[in-house]
Design a protein around this ligand. Structure first.
Ligand code: FES
Ligand code: FES
Length: 188
């Protein structure tokens, strides 16, 4: 099989609100498409094996390890990377909280941590239980949004490793945003 035989036809990837036409080797992951073909190097490659979470991006709002997702399988999905989280009004609340809490050392895991946390907050708001949730005890059914305490956040973020061990401040940053969201919800 020649290299051309392994190249996809025109492929449209939607990333951060823009559509990109690409021709890629069928085996190209979303991670490599982002970094090597689109120049979006905010998404990091750590293990390249689905073990560390450094490559986490959002696909239609759900967190995925982009090193495990083939670009051809992401056609039609809206990919959001760390470059797409901020708005014209400023940083995403999680980005601001990570800065305020100094929740990083080398910063290599940070884009994945923030993308993962952004989706995780939505999962909890939608009532998705985790292994730390009382809802997994049959006698105590979960009703409505999950209250994100430290145990819940540690469990839900356990797929994102930090080789610098900045976990204490990462947890504090996410707790800050979760608390702000809970207070805003109560005020509605
Ligand atoms: S680089 Fe994808 S999980 Fe580690
Ligand atoms: S801040 Fe260095 S790996 Fe997390």
């Amino acid at each position: 099989m020649t290299t051309d035989d392994q190249t996809s036809g025109p492929l449209t990837l939607r990333v951060n609100g823009s559509a990109y036409q690409l021709r890629l080797d069928y085996r190209t992951t979303v991670l490599d498409a982002l970094r090597e073909h689109l120049g979006l190097t905010g998404t990091k490659k750590g293990c390249d094996h689905g073990q560390c979470g450094a490559c986490t991006v959002l696909a239609d709002g759900r967190r995925v390890n982009s090193c495990l997702l083939l670009a051809v399988a992401a056609r039609g999905a809206e990919i959001t990377t760390i470059e797409g989280l901020a708005s014209p009004d400023g940083l995403h609340p999680l980005q601001a909280a990570f800065v305020a809490r100094d929740a990083l050392q080398c910063g290599y895991c940070t884009p994945g941590q923030i993308c993962s946390a952004a989706a995780m907050l939505g999962e909890a708001a939608a009532g998705w239980p985790s292994a730390a949730s009382a809802s997994l005890i049959p006698e105590i059914p979960q009703a409505g949004p999950v209250t994100l305490d430290a145990a819940e956040i540690r469990e839900r973020m356990s797929g994102n490793l930090c080789r610098c061990g900045a976990y204490v401040n990462i947890l504090a940053a996410i707790l800050d945003v979760a608390g702000d969201m809970a207070r805003a919800e109560e005020a509605r």
